[in-house]
Design a protein around this ligand. Structure first.
Ligand code: PEP
Length: 252
């Protein structure tokens, strides 16, 4: 099955009204509507309004970096999925390793966030990834399957039909170390197989993107792998030239 390639930028906690305006203008100048791939930028919550206005009517979709598992109420500091929709968000990252590790987000909490996103009509970008210690212990796949299974237990395999998986080895995020294309492909293939054992149709259509120090110089090789359907891009998404080159590499 031909899956539409997808590239999303994760700005993390970076940007300002001035730099956002410049970055988005540079991206929109070069991203054509005729692309075979889909593109998005996931911005910090305070900039959703600004970037939503800048992107209106463009081929670049808007995403957020986190969502509350709750619908509304006394949850100080939290942002509900319905609020993200108010700013025309289409995507939201859930389970990023920085949130799992720095904010102690459990697999169960990530699954609840995934459910809240879907219930509101957002597309969750579900991040899965192993640490270096887990990889060295030979636990890569068990860790990824455990993270994924929490979502399958809570929402069923059909829920993945409206989601994107992002394989993001923790040891490759922001470190400059990238998984070799074959190494990443092996993991993506195993993840697709795990889903296929539960629903072959969902697995065939499921976009599994790679994240971890993707740059203009390594994107094409990664995206050429049969089970790598694009990328989730951190640092390089803050540089218009780099991000555009990565988008171009997915436009195949
Ligand atoms: C990320 O934050 O999702 C990420 C992949 O970061 P980087 O590209 O900087 O490694």
């Amino acid at each position: 099955m031909r899956r539409q390639p997808f590239v999303a930028g994760n700005w993390k906690m970076n940007g300002s009204c001035v730099t956002n305006q410049k970055l988005v203008a540079e991206l929109l100048e070069s991203l054509g509507d005729s692309s075979a791939a889909a593109f998005a930028v996931c911005v910090p919550h305070p900039y959703l309004d600004q970037v939503s206005r800048l992107l209106a009517g463009s081929c670049l979709a808007l995403g957020a970096q986190d969502v509350s598992p709750h619908e509304s109420g006394a949850y100080t500091g939290e942002v509900a999925a319905s609020m993200l929709l108010d700013f025309a968000c289409r995507y939201v990252i859930v389970g990023h390793s920085e949130r799992r590790s720095m904010h102690a987000e459990s697999d169960a909490l990530v699954a609840r966030k995934f459910g809240a996103a879907r219930a509101a009509g957002l597309v969750p970008l579900l991040c899965l990834g192993e640490t270096l210690a887990e990889r060295q212990a030979g636990d890569t796949l068990p860790v990824l399957f455990r993270q994924l299974q929490a979502v399958l237990d809570a929402h069923g395999v059909a829920a993945l039909a409206d989601a994107v998986l992002a394989y993001e080895p923790v040891w490759a995020i922001g470190t400059g170390l990238t998984a070799a294309p074959e190494q990443a492909q092996a993991v993506h293939q195993a993840l697709r197989q795990y889903v296929a054992e539960r629903d072959p149709g969902v697995a065939a259509g499921l976009r599994i993107v790679y994240g971890g120090s993707v740059k203009a110089g390594n994107a094409a090789q990664l995206f050429a792998q049969p089970d790598i359907d694009g990328g989730l891009i951190g640092g390089a998404s803050l540089d218009a030239k780099e991000f555009l080159a990565i988008c171009q590499a997915a436009n195949i």
